[in-house]
Design a protein around this ligand. Structure first.
Ligand code: MV4
Length: 453
């Protein structure tokens, strides 16, 4: 097992990783920017090293600075958290070169999944259902028209280097395709330095359902079931839950079986998330894979009782799944997570500043992952997520009432947060009935606006 791990992240996820290390008896090293001197990840790590000024490019994304700190502290491994360097295959390679274990998949697997068109082809080959679409990168708008006619309109053009919604265009007819193809190409080239595009059949009003897996370095893979993540605004998730009301035990079992086989074949190692779109017929179609621990991982932890971050660390140290898990995965009850962002609840603009009052909720079935505290300052340089409020209940109704009372007791003053928005969503009859798809939040906000007018 590792003796010392560097946590190459900040905020709630850095604290989350430190918690896992403490429980495993591993020493921790925090890195921090000048804006994060008084952060809790600095306070709770055994050692802390300042790596630069507040700007991400000069601190948490500065690979030479991060590696230098790791060398100075003489760590065995680096946990990247989510975002930042977590899906950077070059960083993983640098770690390897320096004899530091990167807690994540092998670099070539991270690289494969980062190229969405290649990931799609690899998953298809490994037996995972994908949507009808193009094969290989679209060479020209002419080739795109050919594929679109074969697939049938509407189609969606996506950037191979994209993900998270950037560089996408929905195309409903052959006439509008060339212009949208060129716009997507330019946008992708500008945003990712790579204009490669591919195409899929467009699914109207899909649900976003993702499966959590764990894979060890001995070829063993296990599924921990799914999360329903359709409640998003501009590709930012707001609320997640597990299980999904739409996934039957048979579909869960079958998908888990297919994914275990596929990811074992691909040589995947680490925790991982396989994203699917669920269509109107409740069929699942692979769209992307995330090779990191995700923001919403606690939802799965609450229903399975598996510590995913501890599992990542043990797997990176060479442990077998049978020694990481306590037995078969048996999800129990229902969990919901609300992402609490420091932003204006209607305008969604970031709200940095000093927190004057902070009353965290607690009690039965409530978990709060946060690095925020009273008198603490939220800097303007980073992601606006300041807390994840997660509850578990025997069933969805109990989880909803528990979340309602926890949100009521969660008092944050001095900055704006999304707490009021979550209270309203929770009261919505459609949400309570489980009628949620990727268009829900847009419809909800539009109705709220019209009601106010
Ligand atoms: C799609 C789609 C419909 N059909 N692909 C958006 C982000 C990226 N990860 C995939 N996305 C979508 N891909 C096909 N073939 C609709 C979306 C989509 C979406 C997906 C998940 C969650 C929210 C979404 C919001 C708008 C569009």
């Amino acid at each position: 097992m590792f003796h010392k791990i560097m946590v190459a992240n900040r905020g709630e996820i850095a604290l989350r990783v430190i918690c896992a290390c403490k429980e495993l008896g591993i020493r921790t090293v925090a890195i921090y920017s000048e804006a994060d001197r008084n952060s809790l990840h600095v306070r709770f790590a055994d050692e802390a090293i300042c790596i630069g000024p507040p700007q991400l490019a000069q601190s948490y994304l500065n690979i030479p600075a991060v590696i230098s700190a790791a060398e100075i502290a003489n760590v065995d491994a680096i946990h990247p958290g989510y975002g930042l360097l977590s899906e950077n295959a070059n960083f993983a390679e640098v770690c390897e070169t320096c004899n530091i274990k990167f807690i994540g998949p092998p670099p070539q697997v991270t690289r494969l999944m980062g190229e969405k068109e290649k990931a799609r082809a690899a998953m298809k080959k490994a037996g995972v259902p994908i949507l009808p679409g193009s094969e290989g990168i679209l060479a020209s708008e002419g080739e795109a028209v050919e594929w679109a006619r074969q697939v049938g309109f509407p189609v969606i053009i996506k950037a191979s280097a994209g993900g998270g919604g950037r560089g996408m265009r929905i195309v409903r007819s052959a006439e509008e395709l060339p212009a949208l193809f060129n716009a997507a190409h330019s946008e992708a080239a500008a945003a990712f330095g790579n204009g490669d595009l591919y195409m899929e059949k467009y699914v109207e009003r899909p649900r976003h359902v993702e499966f959590q897996i764990l894979a060890d370095s001995h070829g063993n893979v296990v599924s921990l079931g799914e999360r329903e993540c359709s409640l998003q605004r501009r590709h930012q998730k707001l609320m997640e839950e597990s299980p999904s009301l739409q996934v039957t035990p048979e579909l869960r079992e079958e998908t888990g079986r297919i994914l275990s086989q596929a990811l074992s074949n691909i040589g995947y190692v680490n925790a991982g998330t396989i994203e699917f779109l669920m269509d109107q017929d409740r069929r699942l179609h692979f769209i992307e894979m995330n090779t990191r621990i995700q923001v919403e991982h606690p939802v799965t932890e609450m229903v399975t009782d598996v510590d995913l971050v501890k599992s990542q660390i043990m797997i990176a140290a060479g442990a077998k799944l049978q020694d990481v898990l306590h037995g078969p995965i048996q999800p129990r009850g229902h969990a919901i997570e609300c992402r609490i962002n420091a932003e204006h609840p209607e305008k969604f603009t970031p709200s940095a500043g000093k927190i004057t009052t902070f009353n965290p909720p607690g009690g039965t079935g409530v978990r709060l992952d946060t690095a925020a505290y009273a008198e603490g300052v939220i800097p303007p340089y980073y992601d606006s997520l300041i807390a994840k409020l997660v509850v578990r209940g025997r069933d969805r109704n109990e989880a909803i009432s528990r979340m309602g009372r926890a949100l009521e007791m969660f008092i944050v003053e001095g900055i704006f947060t999304t707490i009021p928005l979550h209270r309203k969503i929770l009261a919505d009859p459609e949400f309570r009935a489980g009628k949620i798809d990727t268009g829900f939040i847009e419809r909800f906000l539009k109705a709220a606006k019209e009601h106010a007018a």
